[in-house]
Write a protein that binds this ligand. Sequence first.
Ligand code: PHE
Length: 346
Amino acid sequence: MDFDSLSGELRRLRDDALAAVAGASDEAALDQVAIRFLGRKGELTAVLRGIGTLPADDRPRVGAVANEVRVAVETALAGRGAALRSEARAARLAAEGVDVTTPGRTIGRGSLHPIPETVAAIAEVFGQFGFVVYEGPEVEDDLTNFQMLNIPPDHPSRDLWDTLYVDVEGRLLRTHTSPGQIRVMEQARPPIRALLPGRCFRYEAVDASHGFEFFQVEGLMVDEGTTMADLRGLLDEFAHALFGRERATRFRPGYYPFTEPSVAFDVQCVVCGGSGCPACSRTGWMTILGAGMVHPVVLQYGGIDPERYQGFAFGMGVERIANLRHAVGDLRLYLEDDLRFLEQFR
Ligand code: PHE
């Protein structure tokens, strides 16, 4: 071996190494190139093994050439490494990139369910006459749901309400919002103007016009000199506000144990205007609520002196009112949570 051939081999090695560096397509391949040329068992080490056969004068000169080769290869490795890392980063950014010009997804706007919406419309009208909203419990006791409303145990009028009992102690799911009358009288003194919306329950076979779960709004007014005419005037205002000024109304005799006298309140059919159609069974009238003068016994149970105070009460089914407002024919729709139905009330 002489200097020329050894340094020639080193230069070839350098050219091979630089070509391999340039051809490495990722960082792992680049690591392999480094090991192959510069590693402890690599090609540079192998070539330098021949250095011992050279005359002593030539050895430092070959060492200098070998150093140049090593620096050249190391520089190329570092440069290629940096390039590969920034390529990889650019590729990752491109893949994960967010296109800020993409149009946003529109968020559907919600709306009130037609039942609470109807309750709000009812409360709005009565609110204008000073009625304040109260709420009673859904699980009631027999005493408040029946007995204090003048419906004794085993009285035949209990047949009006098919009751769901919670236990044998007489707890039950309220069959109407009327026990709220008692609850209000227990906590307020006349003059009373209370509105009691709430969920009620009855043991019913479910069909288009009966649910075992439904909503009522109860009204109660107690004051000195309250009369049936006040009740009639108030209900007229209510019917006109919800169904139109031009609509006629009427009282028909009715029966409830907790009011005396009791009435059904009818509004001229909102579908045919009174000429008679299937919606009003060809009568021209629709019953929208039950009402009457609070029975003196009920006032007494509520701790109010019936000699001094009189009251009226009314109760209406919210689904029925909502049906008339929105021309819905089946109250099961209100509980099904079907968006195709609910979206129509936006
Ligand atoms: N509570 C009665 C019902 O469930 C309605 C009503 C309330 C009637 C108040 C008169 C007075 O049908």
